[in-house]
Design a protein around this ligand. Structure first.
Ligand code: SF4
Ligand code: SF4
Length: 442
C-alpha cells in the first residue's frame, strides 16, 4: 500500500479491513459493471433528482469500486488512471463516502435486479457502510440505534420491565374483553408451537399490532408464547453493515427459541426483520438452525384461514386498499404473492400499485434511513416518485407488511399531503375475524 504516511489512521484501518470483506460475490459485483446505464432509471433518487448524475447507482458504486481497483485489483495497480482507481486518504474522504453510502441509497436492491451483469450494488454498499462503521464514521442515528441494540438488546432501547408490563396489560385487556382465561398472551411458555417475535416499534408505538396478533392466535386456538427477553426480530446489523451486531442479535433470538423449546419462530410483519432473522441471521451468527422452523406471520395468518382455524368476513374492511411490497420481503425474500392472497381474503376493494412485487419502489425510509435525520430533506424529496405511485392507485389505505415501511410511508404521505392511511395485514385480519365460539387450544 503506497502513501501510508499520508493516510489518516481511520482511512488506513478501513483499507486493511476492506480486503477481508472481499468474497467471490462481492468481487464479482465490483468488477462486472460495464456502465451500460440500465440501472440508472431504477433508482428513486435518480428519478426524483433529474439532471444530477451523482445519484446514479453506477456513479455511487464507482466511489467504492475505485478504492477496490486501486488496492485489490490488478488493473488499478497497473493502470490506475485508466480504470479511475483512487484511494481514500483523509477523514474528510471518509465523510464524503459516508454521505453517499448512507445518505444517497436505501439499499433497496431495485438497481441490482435491473442489472444485466448481475451487479448487486446494494450488497457492496452495505459492505462499505460496515467498513465505515468499524472506524466510527456513521450518521449519529446509526450509532445510537446500534448502541441500543448492542447494550439493551433491541433497536429502540425498550427495557425488559416496560416490555413485560405492556404485554401483561394487553393480555389482561384481551382476557377481560373475551371473558376467557385462555384469551391471554402467554410469556415464556415452554414447548409452544409458536414463539412470536416482534419489532420493538410495536411495543413502543403500536401495541395494537401485538393485541391484533394475540387475538388471531387466540381465535386459531394456537399454543403460542412471547419471550420475556431476546424478542427483537429486527436487526440493525443489516442496515449498518455490522455483521458482528447482526450475528449477536440473531443468535440471541435463536437461542431463546431453543431454550423455550419452541417448534416454530413466527416473525411479525417487518421486511428487514424477516430478511435478517430468516435469511441472513444464520450466516452472521455462524449457526445452523435445525431445532425449529421460521415463518413470516403473513404465511401463518394465511395458513390459519386455509386450514379453517380462523374465519374472516371481508365486508368488515370496507375501505379501498392498495399494497406496498417491502423491498426486503419482496425483492430479497420473494414474499409477494402470499400477502396478496391474504388481502384477497380480508378486503373487497383492492387496487394494485404499479410497478409492484420485485419492481416496486422503496418506501424511501428503508436501509435505516428513518434513523438518519441529517438526510431527511433528501429522503423526502426523493420520496416524490413513491408519492406519485401511491396517489395513482386512488386507494384510501395503503397496506404493507413492514413496520419500517409504515413509518417511511406515513412520513411521505404527510409531507405530500396524500391523505392516505397506512395499515398492516395483521390489523385487517384481526378486524375481519369472526369468533363464533371460544376456540380449543391445539
Ligand atoms: S446496469 Fe449493471 S452494468 Fe449497467 S451500469 Fe448499472 S450496475 Fe453497471
Ligand atoms: S439500492 Fe436502491 S436506492 Fe440504492 S442505488 Fe440501487 S436503486 Fe438506488
Amino acid at each position: 500500500m503506497n502513501n501510508n504516511n499520508k493516510r489518516s489512521h481511520k482511512a488506513q484501518k478501513l483499507l486493511e479491513r476492506f480486503e477481508k470483506k472481499l468474497n467471490r460475490q462481492m468481487v464479482s459485483s465490483l468488477v462486472s459493471c460495464v456502465h451500460c446505464g440500465n440501472c440508472t432509471e431504477a433508482c428513486h433518487y435518480v428519478l426524483a433528482n433529474p439532471g444530477d448524475p451523482t445519484y446514479a447507482p453506477a456513479y455511487k458504486a464507482d466511489q467504492i469500486r475505485r478504492i477496490f481497483k486501486r488496492h485489490f485489483d490488478w488493473t488499478g495497480k497497473v493502470f490506475p488512471w485508466w480504470v479511475h482507481a483512487k484511494s481514500v486518504f483523509t477523514d474528510e474522504d471518509l465523510e464524503q463516502l459516508k454521505d453517499i453510502v448512507f445518505g444517497k441509497c436505501t439499499n433497496c436492491r431495485r438497481c441490482s435486479i435491473n442489472c444485466p451483469m448481475g451487479v448487486d450494488f446494494a450488497t457492496f454498499n452495505r459492505m462499505a457502510r460496515g467498513l465505515l462503521v468499524s472506524v466510527g464514521v456513521m450518521p449519529e442515528g446509526v450509532a445510537v440505534v446500534s448502541k441500543d441494540q448492542w447494550e439493551i438488546g433491541n433497536q429502540m432501547g425498550v427495557l425488559k420491565e416496560d416490555y413485560v408490563e405492556t404485554i401483561e396489560w394487553l393480555s389482561e385487556e384481551m382476557e377481560m374483553e373475551y371473558n376467557d382465561p385462555r384469551a391471554i398472551i402467554p410469556i415464556d411458555r415452554e414447548n409452544a408451537n409458536v414463539v412470536y417475535s416482534i419489532n420493538p416499534r410495536e411495543v413502543k408505538y403500536d401495541p395494537r399490532t401485538i393485541s391484533d396478533a394475540a387475538l388471531i392466535f387466540y381465535a386459531a386456538g394456537e399454543n403460542w408464547t412471547m419471550p420475556s427477553e431476546c424478542w427483537d426480530m429486527t436487526n440493525f446489523g443489516l442496515f449498518s453493515g455490522d455483521d458482528d451486531l447482526g450475528g449477536s442479535v440473531a443468535r440471541k433470538l435463536y437461542e431463546k427459541v431453543s431454550e423455550l423449546k419452541g417448534k416454530k419462530l413466527v416473525i411479525s410483519e417487518c421486511g428487514h426483520g424477516y430478511r435478517s432473522t430468516r435469511c441472513e441471521g444464520p450466516n452472521w451468527a455462524g449457526m445452523d438452525i435445525n431445532d425449529f422452523e421460521m415463518e413470516s406471520s403473513v404465511i401463518t395468518m394465511l395458513r390459519y384461514i386455509g386450514e379453517g382455524r380462523i374465519k374472516v368476513d371481508k365486508s368488515k374492511n370496507n375501505n379501498s386498499y392498495t399494497f406496498h411490497d417491502s423491498c426486503n420481503n419482496a425483492r430479497s425474500c420473494g414474499l409477494f404473492e402470499e400477502p396478496r392472497e391474504l388481502l384477497d381474503l380480508v378486503v373487497d376493494d383492492f387496487r394494485e400499485m404499479y410497478p409492484n412485487r420485485v419492481e416496486n419502489y422503496c418506501c424511501t425510509g428503508g436501509g435505516g434511513a428513518m434513523s438518519m435525520s441529517e438526510y431527511t430533506p433528501l429522503r423526502l424529496k426523493s420520496a416524490k416518485i413513491k408519492a406519485e405511485q401511491l396517489k395513482a392507485t386512488g386507494a384510501k389505505v395503503v397496506v404493507t407488511s413492514c413496520h419500517n415501511c409504515v413509518d417511511g410511508l406515513s412520513d411521505l404521505i404527510k409531507h405530500y399531503k396524500l391523505g392516505m392511511e397506512v395499515t398492516q395485514l395483521v390489523n385487517l385480519v384481526a378486524n375481519a375475524l369472526v369468533i363464533e365460539k371460544a376456540p380449543e387450544v391445539v
